[in-house]
Design a protein around this ligand. Structure first.
Ligand code: NDP
Length: 315
């Protein structure tokens, strides 16, 4: 049941770098954008520590602080940032049609354009013991939960930049960090691997996979196996950090918009246009290739420009 209906020019779903950049450009183009933040205000960057690769910060910055700056900048030009979760979308197929967006299952907003920047979420392995112990020692966010493992031993699963970054972060808090890598090499960038290798309390175990997380209520260890020798071993740890990549947050768009086999939204050519007029996608939700804050912000800007041009073409 809707408790009120509001009509706006531009609704932005999600508050990561793509959403806020769309807000900055949209507000400056007088689209009076409204951002619905989702549950994790600021998006994935708020779960990271140092951001050293965003241009304009010669000394690096903190992910949460950076997203607070993005938000302030969007608000400075009149973007309205509201805390709320989009629970339903009813898109129009017509050029100039109105899109109906339901927030928190109650409020309905009617928008001429919608920019989807819902990002992506951390993936889990799917083991029963892993799922059961989420919150009891299994986590997908070292910066959120690392603090609880001071002077303890933990494992990190994964071999990309996230795994390397999480392990490096944890190495400053924990006694020992073991990274479990399923192949015989890490996919992480050379710079990140270098950091891992020069950190004394990080050990990398190659060709090693998680068999089971041990413990009833809380993590007491992990049983791992070598996928070449099939040898199993138990490692005593109290924390298990999963860092095996992300999946796009596109559940509510299933059947409405085109997606690839993993669920990433498909946009047209070099634009942010989806197949529906007035519906655009920006950031990680449509990018499985680059997935950087700077590329997300870039596509957020593009989505606002595409929205502005679309609205202009209706006049
Ligand atoms: P990636 O997709 O790059 O890496 C995921 C890793 O998890 C791979 O090494 C993969 O192994 C491993 N993996 C996947 N499934 C399993 C499984 N079932 N069991 C064991 N291991 C598994 O994801 P990331 O989150 O690391 O990075 C995403 C993007 O974000 C990248 O573009 C990265 O560069 C970027 N990033 C940048 C950072 C920075 O610059 N500060 C920090 C973090 C991320 P395999 O190699 O065997 O396939």
């Amino acid at each position: 049941m809707s408790d009120s209906i509001e009509r706006i020019k531009c609704l932005i779903i999600g508050s990561g770098p793509a959403g806020y950049a769309a807000g900055i450009y949209g507000a400056r183009a007088d689209l009076k954008p409204v951002i619905y933040t989702g549950m994790q205000m600021g998006g994935q960057l708020t779960t990271t520590t140092e951001v050293d690769n965003y241009p304009g910060y010669p000394n690096g910055t903190d992910g949460t602080a950076m997203m607070e700056d993005f938000k302030k900048q969007a608000e400075r030009f009149g973007t309205e940032v509201r805390f709320g979760m989009v629970t339903k979308v009813e898109f129009s197929n017509e050029i100039g049609g109105i899109h109906k967006i339901t927030i928190d299952e109650s409020k309905v907003v009617e928008a001429q354009t919608v920019i989807i920047s819902t990002g992506a979420t951390a993936k889990y392995l799917g083991l029963e013991s892993e799922q059961r112990l989420i919150g009891g020692g299994v986590s997908a966010c070292a910066t959120c939960d690392g603090f609880f493992y001071k002077n303890q031993d933990v494992v990190v699963i994964g071999a990309g930049d996230t795994a390397a970054e999480e392990a490096t972060y944890l190495s400053n808090i924990c006694k020992k960090v073991t990274i479990l890598v399923r192949k015989d090499y890490m996919r992480a960038s050379k710079a990140m691997q270098h950091r891992v290798n020069k950190t004394e309390n990080i050990e990398v175990m190659f060709n090693t996979e998680l068999d089971e997380v041990l413990g009833d209520q809380v993590v007491e260890g992990v049983r791992v196996f070598n996928n070449i020798s099939n040898e199993k071993q138990v490692i005593d740890v109290t924390g298990v950090f999963i860092a095996i990549g992300h999946k796009p947050n596109t559940e509510i768009f299933k059947g409405l918009l085109d997606m690839d086999e993993v669920g990433y939204l498909i946009t047209q050519g070099k634009t942010t246009k989806t197949k529906l007029p007035g519906v655009f996608a920006a950031g990680d939700v449509q990018d499985k290739e680059y997935r950087q804050a700077v590329t997300a912000a870039g596509t957020g800007c593009m989505a606002a420009l595409d929205s502005e041009r679309y609205l202009g073409s209706l006049e």
